[in-house]
Design a protein around this ligand. Structure first.
Ligand code: ADP
Ligand code: MG
Length: 178
């Protein structure tokens, strides 16, 4: 972790004490020791993110992207079980505080993504604004103006390391509370 702080003991997960910041984009690193920690972080995001927020999720198969979105669903108050949209491409959940749009671009090529008009989700055109969570976001040929970029990596002991960067948007203040 170097000069930006040692891993500190968080509530459910370890937390890098001070966000690493460049001009525009504050970045926070989290250590997620188990599935519950990933879910708990999702719950915090689901409770705090505003409508129109976009979360671009990157990480290998099994890194925990869907697990995080399941937590977001819980934090929004969605009771329906959130399943991977690998085959459906988009799953929409409207019973929570704000809608959740969960996408998985794994099976698509960037040129196929263009035809999906993804911007209608984050611009709220013909769609009620909500949280847009996109797995395999590296397949996107274009990006929203503002978004959270989340990268998940497996650690040596079966844990996960997560980096969250707030690009042109406000970082959630305290990712380890609430
Ligand atoms: P992805 O959507 O990235 O392919 P999934 O969320 O479907 O990944 O699966 C991730 C697997 O890893 C699940 O079995 C989940 O229980 C587990 N997992 C999630 N977060 C952690 C964590 N922090 N530590 C250990 N295992 C985790
Ligand atoms: Mg997945």
């Amino acid at each position: 972790m170097g000069s930006n702080g040692e891993w500190g003991l968080g509530h459910q997960f370890y937390f890098s004490q001070s966000p690493i910041t460049n001009h525009q984009s504050p970045m926070t690193k989290l250590f997620l020791p188990n599935t519950q920690a990933t879910q708990q972080l999702g719950i915090t995001l689901g409770k705090n993110l505003t409508a129109g927020s976009v979360i671009l999720l990157e990480g290998d198969l099994g890194a925990g992207k869907t697990t995080l979105v399941q937590g977001i669903g819980k934090g929004l108050g969605i009771n329906e079980s959130i399943v991977s949209p690998t085959f459906t491409l988009i799953n929409e959940y409207i019973e929570g505080r704000i809608p959740l749009y969960h996408l998985d671009l794994y099976r698509l090529k960037p040129q196929e993504v263009t035809g999906l008009n993804l911007e209608s989700y984050w611009e709220g055109i013909e769609v009620t604004p909500g949280i847009v969570a996109i797995e395999w976001a590296a397949r996107m040929p274009y990006l929203p103006d503002s978004y959270f970029r989340v990268c998940l990596k497996s650690g040596e002991d079966g844990d996960r390391q997560l980096e969250i960067t707030a690009v042109n948007c406000q970082m959630i203040d305290n990712l380890i509370s609430s």
